[in-house]
Each structure stands twice: as C-alpha cells, then as structure tokens.
Design a protein around this ligand. Structure first.
Ligand SMILES: NC(=O)c1ccc[n+]([C@@H]2O[C@H](COP(=O)([O-])OP(=O)(O)OC[C@H]3O[C@@H](n4cnc5c(N)ncnc54)[C@H](OP(=O)(O)O)[C@@H]3O)[C@@H](O)[C@H]2O)c1
Length: 344
C-alpha cells in the first residue's frame, strides 16, 4: 500500500461479497492472506484478540498482496474488532490495560489495530482525533458536527466482538465506536455474537450511529438467527435505516449479516439431498451451494449478507470466490434451501 494509499473518497463503495477469515492461522497468517488475495479475495476479517488472531500478520499479508497486485488501500476492505476482556487471554498479550475504563480500552485497542493493519504507514493519534471530531466530545456538543478529514489509514468496518456484560458498558464501548466514525478513521460499525433480538434492538435504538453489520454463528443452537434476520432487512423490518454519518458507504441498506461456522457448523445441511441436488444442477461443490445460499440472502427479501471463509486450502479459496460471483438463482432453489435450514 506504500505510496499508493488511496484517499477515503476512492475507497470501495461497499463491503465485498466475501471476506477472508483470519482466525486460527497463527504464523501462517500473512502467507494465507496473501494467497487469498491472489485467489480473488479483496477483504479480510480479523480481531485484536491474540488468542485467535494475528492481526499484525494480517496487516503484513494485506500489505504484501497490495504490493504484488498493484492494489491501493481503497481497493481492499479491512474489518477488525474490539474484543472485551472476557474474550481475551489475559495471561498473554492484550492490546489495552484490562483495568482501564472501557472507553480507554477501545481507544487503545483501535490504535493498535490501525498500526497492525497499516504497516509502514504513519499512524495518527486516535485520542487526539476523537477529541477534535467526536460529536459528543467535550467542547463539540453544541457545535454542528465537523466533517472529518480523509485519512490514509482507516478501518472499513469495526465490530464490537460481543456485547459487554452490562448494557451500560456495551453503550460505553459503542459511544467510542461512534466517535471513531466521527473521526473518519472508521467507515462502518457493527457487533458480533449478539443472539438475543432484544439486546440487538436495544443497542439499535440507543445508538446514535446504528450497527450496520452483525457477525454471528450460523448454527442450529441459535436457530440460525431466525428471529434476528428479518430485523436486518429494510424490506422486512419496520426499523428505519438512516445512512451512517459522514460515510461514503452505500446506504441505506439495513444490517449486513456475516455468518461464521457456515460450513463447520452445518454438516447436516452439507450432507442433505437438497444441497446434493443443487450441487449437481449448478455444477458446484456442496460447500459452494451453502456459500451461494448465504450470498443470495438466505432467501430473506432485502437481506444483505457477506460470506466469511477462512479456508487454508487454495482450491477452496477459489471455489469460495466463485460461489459469491454467480448469477442469482431461481426462487425455488432458495426456497428449498430455506426449508432445509429453517423447516419452513
Ligand atoms: N466473531 C466471532 O466470534 C467469530 C468466531 C469464529 C469465526 N469468525 C470469523 O469467521 C471466519 C471463518 O471461520 P469459520 O469458523 O466459519 O470456519 P472456516 O475457517 O471458514 O472453515 C471451516 C472449515 O471448512 C473447511 N472449508 C472451507 N472452505 C471449504 C470449501 N470450499 N470446501 C470444503 N471445505 C471447506 C475448512 O477446511 P480447509 O481449510 O481445508 O478448506 C475448515 O475446516 C474466521 O476466520 C473468523 O474471521 C468469527
């Protein structure tokens, strides 16, 4: 990205259809990210959580891929997360002081993420920019919001890795995510591991800048998020989806759903006759059928999705990219898959 880092105004208009999942790759992380980009991925999902991710090596892999493929910062999508203390291995590296107030933890974690994900770039001070641009910062409250500058380094989407243990601390963290959008250092914000519709709706209602991404385990143990998904679709939900402040991301389009465990948590679906028939019909592997189903909105009108694939296999990388590049299927195909998953 060096010398080529694009201004935000030239950044991707929206999240790619698929992100490369970088969990559990340890020292192979940079090489696998690089290979994924060679196979057509243009975005990554990571987290500031050393227990499962090497965010620093994700940055290296993206940097190498951009140099090799002639991509600018604006050609790729970088998503990372703030992981609360409950999700960290506190016997190892944690990117913040675990005893600090939540707001300080988020700022410190984000500062570390910016540096990890933009190797060889000058990194601005997050706290200085928050003080200058955050709508709720002292001194800014009665002023009209100042549009933030375009930055050379930024995060496309930043997620709260899970709700905190109390609503108050969840909101404290969320206020910082909103402030990061105000600074122009973050384009979209979202939340992960939120399975209770009431918790999601409370956050949605109280948020000044609404969550526009939910990353959840797609699994029978949580009913494959059956009661949450309609809330994310502007067509199915009475919620309104105002465009996020100051962003050039296409809006409004509801909440983008990013499922994980899509393959590893759904062996019964992968082995089903429905998937087998569609695999033959479309000349795909069963894994591709499931990714295509997710990509095409799980049969829910208006639902936007983003596939997460963390494969370590080069052929599977290519197959995953192909599965999200197909023309839209007939309604009957999606209905059959929907019946298989949701019993409808
Ligand atoms: N927010 C959270 O709490 C959370 C939790 C879990 C995961 N995530 C994110 O989601 C990403 C994806 O994780 P995941 O748990 O869904 O699993 P995954 O890493 O995408 O892959 C799961 C399994 O599926 C296999 N596989 C992948 N593509 C395949 C294909 N085309 N054909 C056949 N098998 C295939 C993989 O084997 P091969 O490697 O051999 O292909 C692997 O054994 C993570 O890297 C992370 O970024 C987030």
């Amino acid at each position: 990205m060096s010398g080529k880092a694009a201004e935000r105004s030239t950044a991707l208009k929206s999240m790619p259809a698929i992100l490369y999942g970088t969990a559990w790759k340890d020292t192979r992380t940079a090489d696998l990210v690089f290979t994924a980009f060679l196979q057509g991925f243009r975005g990554v999902d990571t987290a500031a959580q050393r227990k499962h991710y090497r965010e620093d090596l994700v940055g290296k892999g993206v940097h190498q891929a951009c140099a090799q493929l002639g991509l600018a910062r604006g050609d790729v999508w970088i998503q990372t997360k703030f992981t609360p203390v409950s999700g960290q291995d506190t016997t190892g590296y944690v990117p913040y002081d675990v005893h600090a107030p939540v707001a300080e933890q988020v700022c410190a974690s984000f500062q570390a993420s910016l540096a990890n994900l933009h190797p060889e770039q000058p990194i601005p001070s997050v706290t200085e920019l928050v003080a200058k641009y955050a709508v709720t910062a002292r001194g800014n409250r009665n002023k009209a919001p100042t549009p933030p500058p375009a930055h050379q380094v930024y995060i496309d989407s930043y997620l709260l890795h899970s709700p905190m243990t109390t609503l108050q601390s969840t909101l404290e963290a969320w206020r910082v995510l909103e402030a990061l959008v105000d600074t122009g250092l973050v384009r979209q914000i979202g939340v992960s591991n939120v399975y209770d519709p009431q918790i999601f709706q409370t956050l949605f209602q109280l948020a000044r800048i609404k969550p526009s991404i939910v990353q959840n385990r797609w699994h029978s143990s949580t009913g494959h998020d059956v009661s949450l998904l309609p809330l994310f679709s502007p067509q199915m939900s009475p919620n309104t989806f105002p465009p996020p402040a100051y962003t050039d991301v296409e809006a409004p389009h509801g909440v983008t759903y990013q499922p994980f465990w899509t393959l590893s948590g759904n062996q019964r679906l992968l082995d089903s006759d429905t998937v087998a028939v569609l695999a033959i019909k479309h000349s795909l592997t069963p894994a591709q059928v499931v990714y295509a189903f997710v990509h095409q909105g799980l049969g829910i009108p208006g639902l936007r999705t983003c596939v997460l694939s963390g494969t370590k296999n080069e052929a599977h990388m290519e197959e995953a990219v192909q599965a999200v590049s197909l023309d839209a299927w007939e309604e009957d195909d999606l209905t059959a898959l929907r019946a298989e998953v949701y019993g409808e």
